[in-house]
Ligand binder design. Structure first.
Ligand SMILES: NC(=O)c1ccc[n+]([C@@H]2O[C@H](COP(=O)([O-])OP(=O)(O)OC[C@H]3O[C@@H](n4cnc5c(N)ncnc54)[C@H](OP(=O)(O)O)[C@@H]3O)[C@@H](O)[C@H]2O)c1
Length: 263
């Protein structure tokens, strides 16, 4: 797919660019000649990435759960004439819920990051994109299609992203704004530090390569890897005790990164 507006700009904004999938997407896009605006909270990580990727990587510290910070970044980018036409809204957190512990504060925080941190970027940039063209990519998860035990808040945010993007896709079908939803299965990133081996886990560099190729080929719904796509398809007829063997994982304890950030 020709990314709408690409002829003028090749500028991508990526949230959650400091590690994992987002960092690998930034790497590949820079290699393909794009300018990348990387957004995250850990500026020390973003600085290291800039040292590696060079002048075409611009970074900004922003907590996507705070609308006022997104507004501030948007104004800065407009002032600097760094006007993206590809928005990869990837920042996310996953909190493992111990049995019986549905912590509402953590629930709200997961929604503020994984859901409202995406919606606010769309809200800020949609009017510009309707005039100039643009593509919004929402990073959902296969967990939106097959929810996982002990991850109720995470799965709910990812289902909300998928539904919202589907609605927006239909609403703006005849405009020059595109909405792409990505449904990754397990990727070997900081998010999935499981003590148990996860079957068919994908390297984030391979995932980034696959997803960008699909986006540029014009796909608007992208799911991978094949094993988990198929598992979900047959999951409806599998006895639950078999299904649970494949979808049961416990990541390492959640570290509240807000508390560990001082720059
Ligand atoms: N790994 C998987 O198996 C998997 C599967 C399906 C979907 N996904 C989705 O893929 C996306 C990327 O995750 P990942 O696997 O690459 O994990 P990761 O390495 O933990 O990356 C998460 C990224 O989100 C950023 N982030 C988190 N909270 C933020 C906040 N409040 N404000 C700004 N940035 C924030 C983090 O940056 P800072 O900490 O520096 O802010 C980091 O760059 C997530 O949306 C995740 O849900 C992952």
């Amino acid at each position: 797919m020709e990314i709408s507006g690409t002829s003028q700009n090749k500028i991508a904004l990526i949230t959650g660019a400091s590690s994992g999938f987002g960092k690998n997407l930034a790497n590949l896009l820079i290699y393909e000649g794009w300018i990348v605006v990387g957004i995250a909270r850990r500026t020390e990580k973003l600085k290291e990435i800039k040292e590696h990727l060079g002048e075409n990587f611009h970074y900004f510290k922003c907590d996507v759960s705070k609308s006022e910070q997104i507004q501030e970044i948007t104004n800065k980018l407009k002032d600097k004439k760094l006007l993206p036409n590809l928005f990869i809204l990837n920042a996310g957190q996953l909190i493992y819920e111990e049995d019986g512990n549905l912590n509402i504060t953590q629930y709200r925080k997961t929604f503020d990051i994984n859901y409202f941190g995406v919606i606010e970027f769309i809200n800020q940039w949609l009017p510009y994109c309707l005039k100039n063209g643009g593509t919004f990519v929402g990073i959902s998860s296969l967990a939106a299609k097959q929810p996982l035990p002990n991850l109720t808040s995470y799965c709910a945010t990812k289902a909300a992203i998928a539904n919202t993007f589907e609605s927006l896709r239909l609403q703006y079908l005849n405009s020059n704004v595109k909405f792409v939803t990505v449904f990754p299965g397990p990727m070997k990133t900081d998010m999935v530090k499981s003590p148990k081996d996860v079957f068919f886990i994908v390297k984030p560099s391979d995932a980034a390569d696959y997803v960008l190729k699909k986006i540029f080929a014009g796909k608007q719904l992208i799911s991978f890897p094949f094993f988990y796509r198929m598992l979900i398809k047959i999951g409806y007829i599998l006895p639950n005790f078999i299904l649970r063997k494949f979808i049961n994982f416990k990541p390492s304890p959640f570290e509240d990164k807000d508390k560990t950030k001082n720059n």
